[in-house]
Design a protein around this ligand. Structure first.
Ligand code: NAI
Ligand code: MG
Length: 356
């Protein structure tokens, strides 16, 4: 039997609440299946840790995480610690140190999930966003000159390397090749006259290697509109760090809300651990009440199974989420129910017993 060593970083706010349910579900699925088992090691990093130690994670935290097969993260950030500190000192540090340059965000409307579109359906809303996760607008390059003076100037530079741009676009094509889908690139070459002209050129170049794959290319503003008016046209979508960040939250709203949005940060070469996390934050407004929706955390657990080649188990987890939504009985308040976080986790494991 394979043993997967997972570093669990529950983090802040509702992070620990939803990760507990995700782990419950992962362990149940593994136990029912019998091919794989998990070994979890917990790390108490996050904002509380910061207030005590002056940093978000141990100094050698990256070294400690290196030996794991994957990282399962809740959410980080809490009032009292500035968001740019909690984000850069933990989440972005892990993403960058482990070269997790692919951010995979499924935008898939499951049956039973609420959709704000009048005629939204499972057939129409089924996209896979491949977001560049290592450079671009979030490279952290820039300067802050003459701080506080009348001539104050800030520079925030987008960094698009050939290597970085090619590899994310190629990843999207490889993903589409396996599933027979189309690839859509989202950019903004009319206004961003260096970075996005370059992006479009690289997209064109790489697409020539995949003549059998149908491609589309949209400007980001038009893409935002099409996602609402005609979501069906998007299948595999590749885009930059900033555009991907924004559009995938729009997508999350289309597919049931933040309580259902999952994301995987992948190092495709598997040189370093990849990281799986619900997309939502620590939700201070509902933290500690036991009403956070754990389904996003469960969905990211499903992505973890996919990553390790247990795609059938990943699929079972999605089926379990869908069945729970269709039953419409055990749901947290964000989905109109009155169940607790752990009741939802328990119901998912019960459904898994029927499916596996
Ligand atoms: P948020 O995602 O924490 O909350 C936004 C809204 O969605 C809130 O009303 C919240 O109650 C609701 N919500 C989020 N997840 C939910 C769930 N699982 N079930 C039910 N309702 C849910 O975003 P916000 O408020 O902008 O950020 C709060 C903190 O989280 C900040 O410190 C921020 O920096 C951090 N954050 C961390 C992220 C991460 O660790 N990946 C991502 C986004 C925000
Ligand atoms: Mg975001």
């Amino acid at each position: 039997m394979e043993t997967l060593k997972i570093a669990a970083i529950p983090g802040d706010g509702i992070g620990p609440e939803v990760i507990a349910e995700g782990i419950k579900v992962l362990e149940k699925a593994a136990q029912l299946d019998g091919r794989v088992q998990f070994e979890f090691t917990y790390f108490p990093w996050g904002c509380e840790y910061y207030l005590e130690h002056g940093r978000m994670m141990d100094q050698d935290g990256i070294d400690q995480l290196k030996k794991f097969d994957a990282i399962y993260l809740g959410a980080v950030g809490y009032p009292g610690v500035p968001d740019h500190i909690s984000l850069w000192d933990l989440l972005l540090r892990i993403r960058k140190s482990f070269d997790q340059y692919v951010n995979i965000r499924p935008i898939q409307l499951l049956n039973g999930a609420p959709c704000p579109l009048k005629n939204g359906s499972k057939q129409k809303i089924d996209m896979l966003f491949i977001r560049e996760n290592s450079e671009g607008e979030y490279s952290g390059a820039g300067d802050w000159l003459f701080k506080g003076k009348p001539e104050e100037v800030v520079l925030q530079t987008g960094v698009f390397s050939r290597k970085g741009t090619e590899r994310i676009i190629r990843y999207a094509f490889e993903t589409a090749k396996e599933s027979g889908k189309t690839v859509t690139s989202i950019s903004k070459a009319n206004a961003l006259n260096y970075s996005m002209v370059f992006w479009d050129e690289v997209f064109e170049e790489v697409s020539k290697e995949y003549p059998e794959i149908q491609t589309y290319s949209y400007l980001v503003d038009a893409a935002a509109m099409h996602m609402i008016t005609d979501p069906e046209r998007f299948e595999v979508v590749v885009t930059s760090n900033l555009f991907g960040d924004i559009l995938t939250d729009l997508g999350a709203a289309l597919a049931g809300g933040m309580g259902l949005a999952a994301g995987a940060n992948i190092n495709p070469e598997r040189e370093y651990p990849s990281m799986f996390e619900p997309v939502h934050g620590s939700a201070p407004d509902i933290a500690g009440k036991g009403i956070a929706n754990p389904l996003a955390a469960v969905w990211s657990a499903s992505q973890m199974f996919d990553f390790f080649g247990y795609n059938d188990l990943g699929e079972k987890l999605l089926q379990a989420i869908e069945k729970l939504l269709e039953e419409n009985e055990v749901l947290t308040p964000d989905l109109g129910g009155n169940a607790s976080t752990s009741e939802v986790g328990d119901r998912v494991t019960e459904i898994l017993c029927e499916l596996i």
